[in-house]
Ligand binder design. Structure first.
Ligand code: NAI
Length: 378
């Protein structure tokens, strides 16, 4: 299949199109972020202002899923690194969630505030159409639901749209994160509830605020921080949450730290400041490097791997591809498996004296090796 795409994709997509798509898998294989990706396509359309990369990391378990990010990367190499790293991450997320899907990701190199045009999206939809069977995209940084709707009207491989799609994933993600926090609490503190525990929530956006609400409903005490003072104000007024400055939240005296803002916050400098026994939250890429998982383990902090606990958003869009179509109740049922997956990871990490992150990667490898390569788990 990859061969067929390569031959289609080497040149101008159609005689009357200005889009030129090149299969750059062979040159991407020399990049430091390359990890056995199946297909990497570069699309260019000078007339319509498109430069985009689609990276399909793996379709071993089934068609790849991953959002399209619009970002004005200053150098092509940065964009390539981003898309290679993120698409590989999606393979891990889908595999550990038990989905019949692989990982992919796309980056449109443009400024999302100034360079988004219908012409650019027309060209991008043509490019997506080339991999319609192997890669499904969705919203991401810079690509809004309205943009996804526009693309969906032009190519079938777009998920999470408002018209007939799975809509807002944040409540689903938040529910999974809440259950994941409870699973972590059960494992580390031996408690069945968060009642009476203190949780420090970093970031009160779409997911964070919903996680906070679920925690308060079960009797947790909150410490909150957000760079947007209005969001913090609302939490303080509604729930009597304690306020922490953004720079201080990681070091607060709490049972659980729930990072729900941006990634990269846990690193060699910040980890020694963490006082919570558990780190479990929604943010993607919470660890600056893989070595930080070891640092957390050595510090005796139980870490719920981010792509395991926040898989609700992916489970939600993948629900659109399930047989019988999207069913919100069925998606919520699949989210209820997240705590069990985490419990297995926690147990194995202890038995094998390694980090939870390392075990999550082992589980990915196990699931991939069990598949027969036709998209059906063996
Ligand atoms: P959002 O943009 O709605 O919320 C992020 C919040 O973090 C905002 O309120 C922002 O002001 C705040 N923030 C930014 N920097 C901060 C800092 N230094 N300290 C404290 N607060 C800060 O984003 P959303 O959708 O709630 O996502 C949160 C995280 O969860 C992101 O990392 C996202 O990638 C991840 N995620 C979200 C999913 C979803 O379904 N929305 C699915 C899976 C992961």
């Amino acid at each position: 299949m990859a061969g067929a795409i390569s031959s289609v994709a080497r040149n101008r997509v159609a005689a009357d199109s200005t889009l030129i798509v090149e299969d750059i898998t062979a040159s991407a294989a020399r990049h430091h972020a390359y990890a056995g990706h199946e297909t990497v396509l570069l699309g260019r359309d000078d007339e319509r202002g498109l430069t985009a990369i689609i990276a399909i990391h793996s379709t071993r378990l089934g068609p790849a899923i991953g959002g399209t990010r619009i970002w004005a990367h200053p150098h092509f190499d940065d964009a390539l690194a981003d898309v290679l790293r993120l698409s590989e991450g999606m393979t891990h997320k889908a595999a550990v969630a038990g989905l019949p899907h692989g990982g992919g990701k796309a980056v449109i190199i443009a400024n999302p505030k100034r360079q988004k045009t219908t012409e650019l999206f027309d060209a991008y939809a043509e490019m997506l159409g080339l991999v319609a069977e192997r890669y499904f995209t969705a919203e991401d940084v810079g690509l809004t639901l309205a943009d996804a709707d526009y693309l969906k009207a032009r190519t079938p491989n777009v998920l999470g749209t408002t018209r007939g799609g799975s809509k807002n994933p944040s409540p689903v993600t938040a529910f999974g994160v809440f259950l994941g926090i409870k699973s972590s609490v059960r494992h580390r503190l031996g408690k069945e509830s968060v009642d009476g525990l203190t949780v420090a929530v970093q970031g009160l956006g779409a997911v964070g605020v919903e996680v906070a609400r679920l925690l308060v409903d079960e009797g947790a005490r909150l410490i909150v921080s957000d760079i947007d003072p209005e969001r913090v104000d609302r939490a303080v007024k509604a729930w009597g949450a304690r306020l922490a400055e953004p720079d201080d939240i990681l070091a607060m005296e709490a049972d659980v730290l729930a990072p729900c803002a941006l990634g990269g916050g846990l690193n060699a400098q910040s980890i020694p400041m963490v006082r919570a026994q558990i780190v479990a939250g929604a943010a993607n890429n919470q660890l600056a490097t893989v070595a930080d998982a070891e640092r957390l383990a050595e510090a005796g902090i139980l870490y719920a791997p981010d792509y395991v606990i926040n898989a609700g958003g992916l489970l939600n869009v993948a629900g659109e591809l399930a047989s019988g179509g999207y069913d919100r109740d069925r998606v919520f049922s699949s989210v209820r498996a997240i705590p069990e997956t985490l419990a297995t990871i926690f147990r194995r990490a202890e038995e094998e004296r390694t980090s939870t992150e390392a075990i999550a990667r082992v589980i990915t490898r196990e699931r991939l090796s069990m598949a027969d390569g036709t998209g059906r788990p063996g």
